[in-house]
Design a binder for this molecule. Sequence first.
Ligand code: SAH
Length: 411
Amino acid sequence: MPKKRTALGARGEPSVKLSTRGAARLQARHPWVYRSDIEGIEANSIPPGSVVRVFDSRGKFLGTALYSSSSQIAIRMISHGSVADLPALVAERIRAAIAFRKELVANTNAYRVVFSEADFLPGLIVDRYNDVISLQILTQAIDAAPVRAAIVKTLREDLQPAGIVAGIVERVDGRIRELEQLPPRQSGLLWGEKSATVIEMNGSEINNIRFHYDGLEGQKTGAFLDQRENYAAAAQYAHGEALDVFCYQGGFALHLAAKCSSVTGVDSSRPALEVAEKNAALNGRELEWIEGNAFDLLREYAAADRRYDTVVLDPPPFAKTKRDLDKALRGYKELNLRALKMLRPGGILVTCSCSFHVGAKDFLEVVADAARDAHKDLRVVDNRGAAKDHPILLNVPETSYLKCLILSVSN
Ligand code: SAH
């Protein structure tokens, strides 16, 4: 976390004292401390969303954090120094995140601008979709009115090219607001009038793929920007007849279309497929979309001896908690096994997992296990993660969640 060199902090701020274990967590450079690692009764008297000064059990100052009165993650560090003005610090961090993206992002007008802890802004996610900005606020401190005002102003003024922002949409996760004991809110425009637009990506490689974006519809913040670079990587190796399983609005499918003789997308969500169809039209393509349960469909296709040259698997997170791990691994194994059985020799399997609880090693093992059961030899062509605008902060494993393996089937 960058050190803040403000000489003076406001001395009236509440303070918390950490247990040895809590202090050790900060020493390990993880920004979260759990409520059980806060000592003394002071913590109960701290107003929700406060900026707090953090001390170890011997009274040594460790830095400044954002406090949540309801989350088990009671504090999230925001600076190793003092913080006199939170809205000003948030604005400064957003400007730094924008500058960082200039080095990382190319060939797209849609990318993640702020990725919470990985941009030293715990509880704030900002995505840019061409001229529409979509943001999510996940913590009490970031929800405060002066902080919200600073976020909107900085995004309007600092995103380039100047004047590009035509609308800023907030996407509300009702469950998170409830957990944070924040008053309910509706998703909607925070600024400007525009909430829907057209984005483009992967320009130099495959001729600019375009997508509709509607900030007030869809899942997550609306599109799966973390897969953006993986779309282009998959297209590099894709060929022949392709099947995009869990295709959502056609992210992989439309990229594969440039390289494959036919592409079929499968998803259980009709609204997602309706957008996929519109996206195909936007790119002058005609693809086949099938609404159905991927597990059933793969079983049917395998039984009917259907064969493909390229298969993409990008399921929703199977393991939402650690307890789901075994079940999740069984789900990944089944999907990958079925896909491998359908792939022709020389075929390409693009297989993804966005479950944080399934580690990169677990995922490789489960795909290897599926390969053994399918009696196939696989070579790893590319072992990938999320696009670079979703940076991984070392020592904060939660910032690393997406796995994308591109494999070549030898026999
Ligand atoms: N590949 C997509 C993102 C996929 S997200 C992209 O790059 O944009 C996961 C998708 O799986 C969602 O669209 C969801 O509707 C779909 N889904 C969830 N369970 C499913 C199931 N059992 N069968 C088919 N699709 C499913």
